[in-house]
Design a protein around this ligand. Structure first.
Ligand code: SIN
Length: 447
């Protein structure tokens, strides 16, 4: 099982995260892809006793001066209240993981959003009860694509409410728009505790909600691992992560790349954050947001949904660019009152001549644009000010959510919204004050 929050485990996890920070800064790169540490404990049987604390795992040594930079973070994690088994809340929203297929061998013919989340968790007992104390909330039970922004708003509040008393939250959803669920929660949840999204590419049960399992269904293992990951607290301060097929990804960067393949979720240029093998949680890198963990006021985004009703979030849409694309789409959206438009441009953000003319006219009428690429990876560079802001490597569907939140919270201040799109949308590791321009001139670490 995954180890509970014993001090013996928290310490290696804390050190692992500190090592992530230190190595990342030393490499002066947007992502750190270094191998860190592994936490492991014994494998449980159905009636296994309470887990023994994990043995302290070897960690990469870091220089004293660098370690001191992050000592406060290490102390904060080490001081978290020991609670024995972690408490994890699983919030169900539906999707294929809650799906019922027409037969045990039907992977594609099924109805999503049928099985209650409490039943899905119950099927994991007694094993999951050894890993964590699990409670469930049925937020909804339908396909991911039919959720509204108002429901996303309510989901954020439900997640934060659950994290007042739980050590971590798992949200299950359909995989089609799971990356949007994940990025929305990443941008809006206030708690620094772990939030893990999961789901499945194959339905769970055949014929009826309590029918036999679909052959090769991935849902049970994904849900088990997601609960274990949330309970391990390995992703504290990471924001929301997405876990499927034993791998977990940063909400901002992950995307669904295949309609049916089980390994559909990929983080194309940056790679996974880590993975789960049996009882081992391996953290290979961390989002740069971790570096602000000690400073909750900086760690959270300005998007506090307790202060803004869903009705104050403006409509934002996406327009796709292609050969000789007409400008009517942009013109019609602007006329319909859409306040922000993301263009999924060709290459490094290109739009057609007609789209460009329509964009100029819509911008003059007060629409804010974010320029992204339809290629699926790579950056769009350029302006950081209205009326057209470069989205860098944000995927269009992620940029659209960020634009909506930025416009809503900026309350008509386009420059402020543009600044948030640029800064919150494109976080990077900062090496300021940590790495000398010329490392040869850096002070020697304390003995
Ligand atoms: C959905 O997104 O709700 C259906 C597809 C899936 O869960 O994989």
């Amino acid at each position: 099982m995954y180890p509970p929050a014993s001090p013996a485990l928290r310490r290696p996890l804390a050190v692992a995260l500190v090592v992530v920070l230190c190595l990342a800064t030393a490499l002066a790169t947007a992502v750190a892809t270094v191998t860190l540490t592994r936490s492991s404990a014994g494998s449980p049987g159905a009636s296994a006793p309470a887990p023994a604390p994990a043995a302290a795992a070897p960690v990469t040594t870091v220089a004293g001066a660098e370690l001191a930079t992050n000592a406060a973070y290490q102390r904060a994690l080490a001081a978290a209240p020991p609670s024995g088994k972690p408490k994890v809340t699983v919030i169900g929203t539906g999707g294929t993981i809650a799906g019922v297929a027409t037969s045990r061998s039907s992977f594609t013919d099924y109805r999503a959003g049928q099985i209650p989340i409490a039943d899905l968790v119950a099927k994991l007992q007694p094993e999951i009860g050894v890993v964590a104390d699990v409670e469930t909330i049925q937020f909804g039970n339908k396909g991911s694509g039919s959720y509204t922004v108002a429901e996303f708003h309510a989901l954020t509040l439900a997640v934060d409410k659950a994290l007042e008393t739980s050590d971590g939250v798992v949200v299950t959803s359909g995989t089609d728009t799971m990356e949007e669920f994940a990025y929305w929660l990443d941008l809006t949840v206030r708690s620094r505790k772990p939030v893990v999204m999961t789901g499945a590419m194959r339905p769970t049960a055949a014929v009826s909600v309590d029918g036999p399992g679909v052959i090769g269904a991935d849902g049970p293992a994904n849900l088990y691992n997601a609960i274990a990951l949330a309970g391990s607290r390995a992703t504290s301060c990471f924001g929301t992560v997405l876990m499927l097929g034993d791998e977990f990804h940063a909400a901002r960067d992950v995307t669904k790349t295949s309609s049916y393949r089980m390994d559909t979720f990929q983080t194309r240029e940056l790679g996974v954050l880590g993975w789960i093998d049996g009882t081992n949680v391996k953290v290979g890198r961390a989002p740069s947001r971790v570096s602000m963990c000690n400073n909750p006021a900086k760690w959270v985004t300005p998007f506090d949904l307790t202060t803004l009703p869903a009705t104050d979030l403006p409509r934002t849409e996406i327009v796709y660019a292609y050969q000789q694309a007409g400008g009517e789409g942009i013109t019609a959206l602007a006329a319909a009152g859409v306040k922000g438009i993301v263009t999924a441009g060709t290459g490094a953000g290109g739009v057609s001549a007609d789209q460009s003319a329509a964009r100029t006219a819509a911008a003059a009428a007060g629409v804010l644009f974010v320029s992204t690429t339809r290629t699926g990876s790579g950056s769009v560079y350029g302006s950081t000010a209205p009326p057209v802001v470069a989205g860098e490597d944000l995927l269009p569907q992620k940029a659209r959510l960020l634009l909506m939140l930025s416009l809503g919270f900026a309350k008509g201040d386009q420059a402020k919204a543009a600044a948030w799109v640029t800064s919150i949308g494109n976080p990077e590791w900062s090496t300021a004050g940590r790495v000398a321009a010329n490392p040869a001139q850096a002070p020697a670490p304390a003995a």
